[in-house]
Design a protein around this ligand. Structure first.
Ligand SMILES: [Mg+2]
Length: 271
């Protein structure tokens, strides 16, 4: 078996885009052809351009494509990407490693042991987020796979000081924080996309890793990759994240997704 090139891509606001994140500029009549990448409650929810869908199909033929998302397994399974089920998929921010679509028990056991050793329990974080004084902006609190917590927030009402204090509290508890659109995530440090991707690289004997992502939860994965891409939107862009092996798109929104796939395809076919 030859050593594959891994292409690990975040999904939301990297490969697929909801209506509110299309950020199309120019006249409506010039908008790109789009395909529905996710249906929720019977209605289209996420999109990619038709060209992006075709590019992703081509990438999957030339490299080992690894979706890497903070979505739970169930939320991930709603996403319709071209081609066969990937051999490996990282969901739940690295908390679940799907092998041929099935959660890998060995990975789960390893994470459980790490969390028991170094992280405060999920309940502690939930209790903090549930405090009545935060209820103006913490609209709903959810638990993902019994692994981490995320809240639907009112971003306009959420003070910066709240996030700063939460980051401090979480850091002491062995957790990390990420704010993306209307969602705030609190995730135990051992649950991260980078470690899950390193595990996939180890198992597949990958010769090189290409990664793309837009949020703080993608940063470790981008740092680990040999070649990395990020769009000029999202948390990492706002933070000014840069690295010598990191390439930025020229546009934002759904067309940035297409642009990254075009560059990734050029990268994997040149290899
Ligand atoms: Mg994203």
């Amino acid at each position: 078996m030859t050593s594959p090139t891994l292409v690990a891509c975040d999904l939301d606001r990297t490969l697929i885009y909801s209506k509110s994140a299309l950020w199309l500029e120019g006249a409506d009549k010039d908008a790109p052809a789009m395909v529905v990448a996710e249906v929720y409650d019977g209605a289209p929810l996420s999109f990619m351009t038709l060209a992006a869908q075709q590019l992703l199909g081509a990438v999957k033929e030339s490299a080992t494509f690894v979706p890497a998302t903070t979505r739970t397994q169930a939320q991930y399974e709603r996403v319709q990407l071209p081609g066969p089920v990937p051999e490996y998929a990282i969901t739940s921010n690295g908390g679940v490693l799907l092998h041929h679509g099935v959660p890998d028990a060995q990975w789960n056991a390893k994470l459980s042991a790490l969390m028991a050793e170094s992280c405060a329990p999920l309940e502690t974080i939930e209790a903090h987020l549930s405090k009545p004084e935060f209820s103006a902006w913490i609209l709903r609190l959810r638990r993902a796979e019994d692994l981490f917590a995320y809240a639907i927030i009112d971003r306009d009402l959420m003070p910066d000081s709240f996030v700063a204090e939460l980051e401090e509290l979480c850091a002491e508890a062995g957790w990390s924080v990420s704010v993306q659109g209307r969602k705030l995530y609190c995730v135990p440090a051992p649950i991260n996309k980078a470690d899950a991707l390193a595990e996939v690289a180890r198992r597949t004997g990958a010769a090189s890793v290409i990664a793309a992502g837009d949020s703080l939860l993608d940063q470790g994965m981008l740092e680990l990759a040999h070649v990395a891409f990020r769009p000029i939107h999202g948390e990492l862009h706002d933070a000014g994240f840069a690295a010598s092996h990191l390439r930025l798109t020229s546009v934002r929104g759904i067309l940035a997704g297409e642009e990254m796939l075009r560059e990734i395809l050029a990268e994997v076919t040149a290899a």
